[in-house]
Design a protein around this ligand. Structure first.
Ligand code: DAH
Length: 338
């Protein structure tokens, strides 16, 4: 038996030097230390050894076992170390490399202009209210003095939904909502998306408006022009002026179309103002007494002015954009210019 152990030990020493992989190592363990391995085999063989020799022989086998275990353990640790080092090398982070830059985004031109417009009017004491995009016929039309059979409904191509609901065609319905909630004095802006079945170089089926409403005692058309003068001077150029032309809107009387003197040519005439010296920018007027009464406001005590500004129109004028589609295509080459 001693001979056998000696031979096994030599074989083991030779084998262990040749181990290259974890698989080899596992096989080594099975061969010597496994349940059916050589050492277990030796142990079994002890029964056949003479009784007096058995303790000594057992000791030799045990020593062999310990030796095999130690060799196994040492090699296993060495392999783990090597593996760890290899992984560390692979996953090493070079902290001296320059960082990847995350380019900062910025606001869309429509948002920029909307915010700028709000900030100009906020300077004059206006609050901001936002109404719903799905509006009912009452708020979008009827209570704004546009009954169901009124021809002025044809001024706007409405997307009707079911049950008297529609996609609001204008932010003017916000006037009604504000006056239902609040009694004069009122000074409010209603910015938001509006929808009309209309599409060409200057019209989009979805666009943005900003409504303005002022209701108090003694409010006149002069207040409207004064506020709008301040507005266009801050948005376009400190030297521009406004001009009011008579117009028609069902919810204002009188109604006006507001022009701004051309900020491109100073009024001499150019392609932007179509050689008239003036550019149309918005509509407005004195709130129709019926609209005030529809909201329970006494029109013999209070009066109001209102206006509606197209945010796309102001943005296109301000930045010289000739196609409204550019504002909705989200082409970065365009958006990066703002
Ligand atoms: N709602 C009108 C439109 O969409 C714009 C407008 C005109 C609003 C006159 C007003 C106003 O408040 O007084 O064409």
């Amino acid at each position: 038996m001693e001979e056998k152990i000696k031979a096994l030990r030599e074989k083991m020493e030779q084998q262990i030097r040749q181990i290259q992989s974890k698989d080899n190592l596992a096989a080594f363990w099975q061969e010597y230390l496994g349940k059916k391995g050589s050492i277990a085999e030796l142990m079994k063989g002890l029964g056949a050894v003479a009784k007096e020799e058995r303790p000594a022989m057992g000791k030799v086998i045990n020593e062999f076992k310990i030796e095999a275990e130690e060799k196994y353990k040492a090699l296993s640790e060495k392999m783990e170390q090597a593996e760890l080092q290899a992984r560390n090398r692979l996953e090493a982070v070079d902290i001296t490399l320059p960082a990847k830059k995350q380019p900062l985004g910025h606001q869309h031109p429509l948002t920029l202009v909307k915010e700028e417009m709000i900030s100009v009017f906020a300077g004059m004491g206006f609050d901001v209210f936002e109404g719903p995009e799905i509006e009912d016929d009452d708020h979008n039309f009827t209570r704004l003095n546009v009954p169901k059979d009124h021809p002025s409904r044809d001024m706007q191509d409405t997307f009707y939904l079911e049950d008297d609901l529609l996609l609001r065609t204008q932010t003017s319905g916000g006037q009604i909502r504000v006056m239902d909630m609040q009694k004069p004095p009122i000074k409010v802006l209603v910015p938001g998306r509006v929808f009309r079945s209309d599409s060409d170089a200057t019209h989009s089926p979805m666009f943005h408006q900003m409504e303005g409403l002022v209701v108090d005692k003694g409010i006149t058309l002069c207040d409207l022009q004064g506020m709008l003068d301040k507005f266009v001077q801050q948005i376009f150029d400190a030297n521009v002026r406004t001009r009011l032309r008579p117009s028609y809107f069902p919810f204002t009387e009188p109604s006006v179309e507001v022009d701004v003197s051309c900020f491109e040519c100073g009024g001499k005439g150019c392609s932007l103002c179509k050689h008239t010296g003036w550019i149309e920018v918005l509509g407005g007027g004195v709130v129709h007494p019926k609209v005030l009464e529809n909201c329970g406001i006494d029109s013999s005590v209070y009066s109001g002015i209102a206006f509606g500004i197209g945010i796309e129109r102001i943005t296109m004028l301000k930045y010289g954009i000739n196609n409204i589609g550019l504002l909705f295509e989200n082409d970065l080459r365009f958006l990066k210019q703002f």
